[in-house]
Design a protein around this ligand. Structure first.
Ligand code: TNX
Length: 555
C-alpha cells in the first residue's frame, strides 16, 4: 500500500474520549427511543480499513461530515441502485437520517454520497475508487460488486457508533482523501459446516453479513456429512426427513427447504457473495446411508451417527444406483445454485482406495461438468484425472504435496485453506472453550502471517484462485460460538486474500483490527478479545441503557 501518512494527531482537532464527563450525554427523543449524544471526535485515519486497501492518499483538508439531509445518488442501474439501498439501510439506524436514494440524473445533488458506475474504471471486476472531498463522497467502480466493496470501506471510515441499531447523535465525520482498491485474488471465502450442527437460516444470513464487511465473496456451505443431510432433494426425500434429523451430540438436526436455500443464496447475492454448495462424496455419507441403505456397500442401514469420528462411511462405488443418486442430488442442487461452483468433497474417504476412488471421482467430476458447473473438491481429488477448470481446495498443514502440485501442473486451480492458518475451528489458545487443535493453535497472528501465493510448494501464485477459511462445527452449537471463532480471525484471512502483499505488516494490521472491536461491540456481535490485539478500552456508546453492550462485554 502506498500510504501517504496522515498528519500527526496534534494537527487534528483533539479527539474527546467518550468517558470524559462532557463527551457524552444521554438524551431521549420524543418517541422515547434511546438516543445517545456524542460530541465531535476526529475522523478515523483514511488507512484504518480492513482489509488494507491497495492505495490510500489522505487529504486532511478534505474531511467531510455527513449532513442530516444527505442524499445518496446512484447511476441508473438496478444492481447499483441495490447497493445504494444497502448503504442507506446501513446508515439509517444510527444516524436517524432519511438518506433517500435518488437517480444520479436528479439535479441539485451536490453534498451527498454518489455511487457511480463507470465502465472505464480500470480496477477489475471488484475494484473501486473512493473519493472523500469537502463536497461529499463519491464511490466509482466498473461493477456493482466494486461499488459494494467501496461501500464497506466507507462504512468502516465512519465513527464506530455507525454500527448502533439505535439512533446516536454523532458527528458523522469521514477522513478526506482517495482510496484506490482492488483484490489480489478473485476467490475469497469462508465455509460453514451446517452438517455437524445445523444452523438456522437467520444464523447463516448473519455469517453472510460478516463476510460482506470484509469483502469476502464466497460462502461455502458444507451441506452433508455423517451426522446430517441438510438440503432438500425432491427425488430422494428421505435424505432430509431421515438423514436430516440428527446432529453431533444427539440434537434434533434440521435441514434447509429449497425455499430456505434460495433465501440464503439471494441474501448472499445481494451482498455480492456466491454460495458454493458442498455434497461430500464418497465418504462422509452416513446420513445418506441411514436414509437409503441401497447406497451402502452391504445394503444394510447403519445406525445414525452423532459422534465426531471421520472416514468410516461411503456410498457404494460399485453400484450404478449410486451414480443415479449422485446425478439426481447434484442436478437438483445445481438447479438451485446460480453460482458456477459445485463442491463434491472427496476428503477422508479412507475406505475407498486407489483406482476405485479415482474412478468414482472421475465419474462425479464428469456429472458436474455435464451440469454446466465447475467442480471443486478437497485436494484429495488430485490423483483423479484432470478435468478442465477443476478446482482443488488445499487443507494440508505441511505446505507440500507432490500429487496436488502435479494436478496444478495439469491445469487445476487451487483454493488455499491451510489447516494450520485458515481453519477457524482451531482453538486460539489452549483455554479456548470450543474448537479443535489437531492442526495446532491458531492465534490471530498465525491466521494473518502466511502468503497464499507461495504457501503450497510448486504451486505458482497464478494457479491460486484464492483463499477460504473453513469453520467445522463439531463443537460449535450456537451463533455466539460461530462468532467467537470467526472474529477476529476472519478479517485476517480476508486481508490475506484481498490485500496486495506489499501491505502485509503485522503491527499495522493489529492496530487496524483493533478498531473493529468497538464496531462489533456496538453491533452486538460476539468476538474473541485476542490478547495480542490492542483493543480500545473506552466504550463507544457510554451508559446508554442497561442492555447496552460495551466493548468490555464480549469474550
Ligand atoms: C477434517 S478438513 C475434515 C472435517 C473435520 C475437520 C475438523 C476436511 C476436508 N475434513 O471432516 O470436520 O477436519 O477440523
Amino acid at each position: 500500500m502506498s500510504t501517504i501518512p496522515s498528519p500527526s494527531p496534534a494537527a487534528l482537532p483533539a479527539p474527546l474520549s467518550a468517558d470524559e464527563p462532557d463527551a457524552g450525554v444521554l438524551a431521549r427523543s420524543a418517541e422515547q427511543t434511546a438516543v445517545t449524544v456524542l460530541t465531535a471526535a476526529a475522523p478515523h485515519r483514511l488507512a484504518d480499513v480492513v482489509p488494507a486497501p491497495r492505495e490510500v492518499r489522505p487529504d486532511p483538508a478534505a474531511d467531510w461530515v455527513l449532513p442530516a439531509d444527505a442524499v445518496i445518488t446512484v447511476s441508473a442501474d438496478p444492481a447499483a441502485t441495490a447497493v445504494a439501498e444497502h448503504l442507506a439501510e446501513l446508515l439509517r439506524p444510527a444516524t436517524g437520517y432519511p438518506l433517500p436514494v435518488a437517480d444520479a440524473t436528479t439535479p441539485d445533488r451536490a453534498g451527498g454520497i454518489a455511487l457511480v458506475l463507470d465502465e472505464a474504471t480500470d480496477l477489475g471486476a471488484e475494484g473501486y475508487r473512493l473519493d472523500i472531498t469537502t463536497d461529499g463522497v463519491r464511490v466509482t467502480a466498473a461493477t456493482a460488486a466494486g461499488l459494494f466493496h467501496g461501500v464497506q470501506t466507507l462504512r468502516q471510515l465512519l465513527p464506530a457508533t455507525i454500527e448502533s441499531p439505535n439512533q446516536v447523535t454523532e458527528r458523522w465525520a469521514l477522513p478526506g482523501g482517495t482510496i484506490t482498491d482492488a483484490p489480489r485474488f478473485p476467490y475469497r471465502g469462508a465455509m460453514l459446516d451446517v452438517a455437524r450442527h445445523f444452523f438456522a437460516v437467520e444464523d447463516v444470513l448473519r455469517v453472510i453479513d460478516h463476510l460482506a464487511r470484509y469483502k469476502l465473496n464466497h460462502l461455502h456451505l458444507h451441506l452433508t456429512d455423517d451426522q446430517g443431510w441438510r438440503i432438500a432433494v425432491d427425488s430422494w426425500p428421505k435424505l432430509t426427513s431421515v438423514g436430516g434429523a440428527t446432529e453431533v451430540g444427539g440434537g434434533p438436526g434440521g435441514h434447509y427447504t429449497k425455499t430456505d436455500y434460495a433465501r440464503i443464496v439471494s441474501y448472499a447475492a445481494d451482498r455480492h457473495i456466491t454460495v458454493v454448495p458442498e455434497i461430500d462424496l464418497p465418504g462422509h455419507t452416513n446420513s445418506a446411508l441411514v436414509a437409503y441403505p441401497e447406497l451402502a456397500p452391504d445394503k444394510i442401514a447403519p445406525p445414525p451417527y452423532t459422534g465426531t469420528e471421520v472416514g468410516f462411511s461411503y456410498v457404494d462405488p460399485a453400484d450404478e444406483r449410486t451414480y443415479d443418486f449422485v446425478a439426481d442430488v447434484l442436478g437438483e442442487v445445481a438447479a438451485l445454485t446460480p453460482g458456477p461452483w459445485l463442491h463434491i468433497g472427496g476428503d477422508e474417504a479412507f475406505k475407498v482406495k486407489g483406482e476405485v476412488y479415482t474412478g468414482f471421482v472421475e465419474r462425479v467430476q464428469r456429472i458436474v461438468a455435464d451440469l454446466g458447473k465447475t467442480v471443486v473438491g478437497w485436494h484429495q481429488l488430485a490423483p483423479a484425472a484432470h478435468l478442465d477448470g477443476r478446482v482443488l481446495q488445499w487443507w494440508g498443514t505441511d505446505s507440500a504435496d507432490p500429487t496436488t502440485a502435479e494436478a496444478v501442473r495439469q491445469g487445476a486451480r487451487l483454493i488455499v485453506s491451510p489447516g494450520n492458518h485458515a481453519y477457524l475451528d482451531m482453538k486460539y489458545a489452549p483455554d479456548t472453550p470450543i474448537g479443535h487443535d489437531w492442526a495446532g493453535l491458531i492465534d490471530v497472528r498465525k491466521a494473518y502471517d502466511w502468503d497464499p501465493g507461495t504457501h503450497v510448494a510448486d504451486v505458482p501464485a497464478e494457479a491460486v484462485l484464492g483463499v477460504e477459511a473453513p469453520l467445522w462445527t463439531e463443537s460449535v452449537t450456537s451463533l455466539a460460538d460461530i462468532e467467537l471463532l470467526l472474529l477476529p480471525r476472519l478479517p485476517a484471512i480476508a486481508e490475506v486474500g484481498w490485500s496486495t502483499r506489499a501491505t502485509h505488516d503485522w503491527a499495522d494490521f493489529r492496530d487496524r483490527l483493533a478498531g473493529q472491536g468497538p464496531r462489533w461491540t456496538t453491533a452486538g456481535i460476539t468476538f474473541h478479545r485476542a490478547p495480542e490485539i490492542p483493543w480500545p478500552t473506552t466504550p463507544v456508546i457510554p451508559t446508554q441503557r442497561d442492555t447496552t453492550q460495551t466493548d468490555t462485554a464480549a469474550h
